[in-house]
Design a protein around this ligand. Structure first.
Ligand code: SAM
Length: 219
């Protein structure tokens, strides 16, 4: 994201117990502007889940599990930020974090003291215990100055914001695969006459496609 590249390092993942929460950490990392996640324990299933999301929804996000977290923290060349309720308040230090390759460390169970020592910034998102998912989301929002909201993922699957129901465009298929095309027009404030016209044109186009054996689904 601009001149900053963010990697999240997840410590202490317990594959059975933390399956959902670490998945959420990875999904939040991807959606809120990080380019990769490293997870201290090996978890092939988690890797598969996240790669599947990236495959469908796009972006260049990468995941690696079973990493040597001590080596990563010690050898990291950019700023290392550890999210902990014991740290300095986010609102006080957000502006002091240098740009470049940023490593954001989040824990699961008790985080070793070594992490507190090696981190350039120990940052708290409020001084109450809560969730690593919430802490990461708020931190990334602040760090990117909400830049993540403007990021285009350009995946095969695109969600069309819809007031009610679900509208999904599957690029591979080339047409709305789930939900209703008409909902998209209505959501966009299209006039009734124009919608009717679209319906008539659709019917005619389908007849023509059938007559010349073209791809009716695509039409
Ligand atoms: N008892 C653990 C410890 O000693 O750090 C905290 C466990 S907490 C459920 C898991 C992770 O959530 C922490 O390692 C930290 O990254 C994050 N976290 C929880 N509350 C936080 C807060 N108020 N500010 C920043 N991070 C927080």
């Amino acid at each position: 994201m601009g001149d900053t590249d963010i990697t999240v390092l997840r410590l202490g993942h317990r594959p059975q117990r933390d399956k959902r929460i670490t998945t959420h950490i990875a999904l939040v990392a991807r959606a809120f502007g990080a380019s990769s996640i490293q997870i201290s324990e090996k978890d092939a299933e988690l890797e598969h889940t996240i790669r599947d999301v990236v495959d469908r929804f796009g972006g260049g996000f990468s995941i690696e599990t079973g990493v040597n977290w001590k080596k990563i923290i010690r050898q990291w060349e950019g700023p290392v930020v550890h999210l902990t309720m014991y740290g300095e308040p986010l609102e006080d230090v957000a502006g002091d974090i240098a740009k470049g390759d940023i490593l954001v460390v989040v824990g699961a169970e008790k985080v070793p003291g070594e992490v507190f020592k090696h981190a350039d910034h120990n940052v708290s998102v409020g001084n109450q215990p809560h969730s690593e998912v919430a802490a990461l989301a708020l931190f990334l929002d602040r760090l990117t100055e909400a830049g993540w909201t403007r990021h285009q993922f350009e995946g095969r699957r695109i969600i069309v914001p819809t007031k009610k129901g679900k509208t999904v465009i599957d690029i591979e298929e080339g047409y709305l695969c789930n939900g209703d095309c008409l909902d998209v027009l209505k959501e966009a404030g299209c006039e009734q006459d124009v919608i009717k016209h679209s319906e008539v044109v659709t019917k005619l186009a389908v007849k023509m496609a059938e007559a010349c054996k073209a791809d009716v689904g695509l039409v």
